[in-house]
Ligand binder design. Structure first.
Ligand SMILES: Nc1ncnc2c1ncn2[C@@H]1O[C@H](COP(=O)(O)OP(=O)(O)O)[C@@H](O)[C@H]1O
Ligand SMILES: [Mg+2]
Length: 241
């Protein structure tokens, strides 16, 4: 398949035109950024790890009734997806308090949030991704009230599926961020589901296996990411025989 022109270069992925008008090619690059792009590095093979995990979860979610943009992998860091009209929302589900929620509000790090908490941030790096409530989302015309309800329900469904999945792997699915977009008259899950967009803690030691390893210099981020990929590969060998 031929790559078309570069359409967008984000912080960690590049989007290219594809031969088909309603598809895009996404390249997961080795770049890693944190704190809204202030901290920047590159780790060889990181893009492939995130692409593999994203592809696995898109497939897993589709099998469990969640509609996603995923079509197929072209190589280890390149994915073909349905071209979406992205909704500029970062939909975050939290099972355990960590990160910004602990900084901004009187939650204790590690405090269990049951039922899980959904937070919706406006996706705009220049504005620092400000938090929105339902009224602001509707007033901004980002989605209709019905669509917002659907987006939240789908996010909670993904949360439950992935929480149970990681639990089996000995990991706590602390929180994650997803993005949705419009495709024809439906809303699909887009973007990525990777170690860059979630927090994962070891159940026993509480050690991080996600971007926090990089954010807070907690150790070797590639070793952490490799561990998640390895655990998923083990799960596949067990379950997809
Ligand atoms: N299926 C899709 N169609 C169109 N745009 C998408 C799709 N999936 C993800 N995107 C967008 O592509 C970009 C991915 O690159 P990324 O490096 O994550 O960018 P960013 O720095 O904006 O987070 C994001 O802006 C995301 O919203
Ligand atoms: Mg992104």
């Amino acid at each position: 398949m031929e790559f078309g022109e570069l359409l967008y270069e984000g912080k960690a992925k590049s989007l290219y035109k594809s031969e088909k008008d309603d598809e895009l090619i996404t390249c997961f690059r080795d770049d890693m950024t944190a704190f809204n792009g202030v901290k920047k590095d590159s780790f060889q093979g990181k893009g492939a790890y995130n692409a593999a995990v994203s592809a696995f979860f898109f497939d897993y979610l589709e099998k469990n009734g969640v509609k996603t943009h995923f079509i197929k992998m072209l190589d280890d860091h390149t994915m073909v997806v349905k071209k979406l009209q992205m909704i500029p929302l970062e939909v975050i589900a939290r099972n355990v308090a960590a990160g910004s929620i602990v900084k901004k509000l009187p939650f204790k790090e590690g405090q269990v949030l049951n039922p899980p908490v959904i937070v919706t941030d406006y996706k705009d790096d220049e504005k620092g991704d400000p938090s929105l409530n339902d009224d602001l989302i509707i007033a901004l015309g980002l989605v209709t009230p019905e669509e917002l309800k659907e987006i939240k329900a789908v996010t909670l469904k993904i949360n439950k599926l992935l929480y149970e999945f990681f639990d089996e792997l000995g990991l706590i699915f602390v929180d994650f961020k997803v993005e949705f977009g419009r495709y024809k008259d439906t809303i699909l899950l887009g973007d990525e589901i990777s170690m860059d967009s979630m927090r994962l803690w070891d159940k026993k030691t509480r050690e991080s296996f996600d971007k926090d390893v990089y954010r807070f210099n907690k150790g070797d981020v590639m070793t952490a990411y490799a561990k998640v990929v390895e655990k998923i590969d083990e799960w596949k060998r067990e379950h997809l025989k």
